[in-house]
Design a protein around this ligand. Structure first.
Ligand SMILES: Cc1cc2nc3c(=O)[nH]c(=O)nc-3n(C[C@H](O)[C@H](O)[C@H](O)COP(=O)(O)O)c2cc1C
Length: 362
């Protein structure tokens, strides 16, 4: 299998197997509504076989960063419709990543009185609010009555994404945000049916994904997982526990028949990742995480050796809107400008040239 072959993942048609990884870029307006520059940014990147949108909040309490967009209000849905329509007109396929930030957030960012999580713990470190740096707050531990409300927020957000014209959704179960917080025994110290055993910690991820799949179709639903990522205090250091937890997740997802799972892990060839893939029994998108940016050689090897069905690239797609074309031709790549990743303007966002722009001298 090569990067440039088409694929069908459930109801999703991919023209090639290079996926644009979900990338928070903080260019929405103060109401969480997508802006004109966002329409242009996604249009430029429609040549990737599948676009995964940046993390989008499914509830006001789920907003983690200033400038992060939501999919709750009518204005947000209308804003995203412009993006979906533009990507489709450019021949692309796009799913929305539903990201509830959990305890990684702040009342001064979300405008809500609290952050929520499985347990009343704070994530380590500080966050940048509009008023300056602040410690991440101790979360409100979701009660047994509140958990179904959060599950329904995900389901409604998924319906809203489809109403906006998206081809599907990805549940963000990775990188230390709410769903991942439930999975780790360090961030989840509950003693009820959502905590303790690996099966109990896996329950929330399975319930959210099941509800989303019921709302919009399993063939339009995926989930991102990042076992052992060790980020934002969501630690997973006991190998046997990690295997048991992610086995429970994958077994819970298997009957759904999802469109894909998307696993971020330093070693996608590892027994753990391949075990998750076999158990879930659906197409696997892999991404090797933050240390070294994804390269064409590594991505090609993963596909040709049969370790993945598609490869997600993050920073290379930020810097190269036409990454697939550049990889296909073996062309030179633009360098990313990390200092502008989380900016608020068009700079470092829609001004990376494509090969065509470069040739035309734009
Ligand atoms: C600026 C930036 C924003 C990111 N935002 C998200 C996000 O919203 N959701 C997510 O799951 N991962 C996010 N990630 C992680 C990427 O999806 C990806 O896993 C990471 O960049 C590693 O891939 P790469 O080596 O190809 O860049 C982000 C990464 C970067 C650099």
């Amino acid at each position: 299998m090569t990067l440039f072959e088409p694929a069908v993942f459930g109801a999703l048609q991919l023209s090639n197997r290079v996926v644009m990884a979900p990338l928070t870029r903080t260019r929405a307006d103060d109401d969480g509504v997508p802006t004109d520059v966002m329409v242009e940014y996604y249009r430029q990147r429609a040549g990737q076989g599948l676009i995964t949108s940046e993390g989008v909040w499914p509830a006001f309490e789920g907003k983690s960063y200033p400038g992060q967009p939501g999919i709750v209000t009518a204005a947000q849905i209308e804003g995203w419709r412009r993006i979906a329509d533009t990507v489709h007109a450019a021949g692309g396929t796009i799913v929305m990543q539903l990201m509830h930030g959990g305890r990684v957030g702040h009342p001064d960012i979300s405008g809500q009185p609290r952050v929520v999580a499985p347990s009343a713990l704070a994530a380590p470190g500080q966050t940048r609010t509009p008023q300056g740096k602040a410690d991440l707050p101790v979360a409100h531990a979701l009660t047994l009555d509140e958990i179904p409300e959060v599950v329904e927020q995900f389901a409604q957000a998924a319906r809203n994404a489809i109403a906006a014209g998206f081809d599907g959704v990805e549940v963000h179960g990775a990188n230390g945000y709410l769903v991942h917080e439930f999975l780790s025994p360090v961030s989840n110290i509950r003693e009820d049916r959502y905590g303790g055993s690996p099966e109990n910690r896996a329950r929330f991820a399975i319930e959210v994904t099941t509800a989303v799949a019921a709302a919009v179709g399993a063939d339009r639903t995926g989930i991102r997982l990042s076992p052992q990522h060790g980020i934002q205090g969501v630690l997973e250091e006991d190998d046997a526990d990690v295997r048991a937890t992610y086995t429970a997740v994958a077994e819970g997802l298997a009957p759904l028949g999802l469109a894909f799972i998307d696993v971020l892990h330093a070693d996608p060839k590892s027994e753990l990742v391949q075990h998750i893939r076999r158990t879930a029994g659906v197409p696997l998108i892999v991404n090797t995480g933050f240390s070294v940016a994804t390269t064409r050689e590594a991505a090609e090897a993963l596909l040709s050796d049969g370790f993945a069905d598609a490869v997600a690239a993050g920073r290379p797609v930020i810097a190269n809107p036409d990454l697939v074309e550049r990889w296909r031709r073996g062309a030179e790549l633009n360098e990313p400008r990390p200092e502008l990743f989380y900016g608020s303007t068009a700079e470092g966002y829609i001004d990376y040239p494509s090969l065509e722009d470069a040739r035309a001298g734009v």
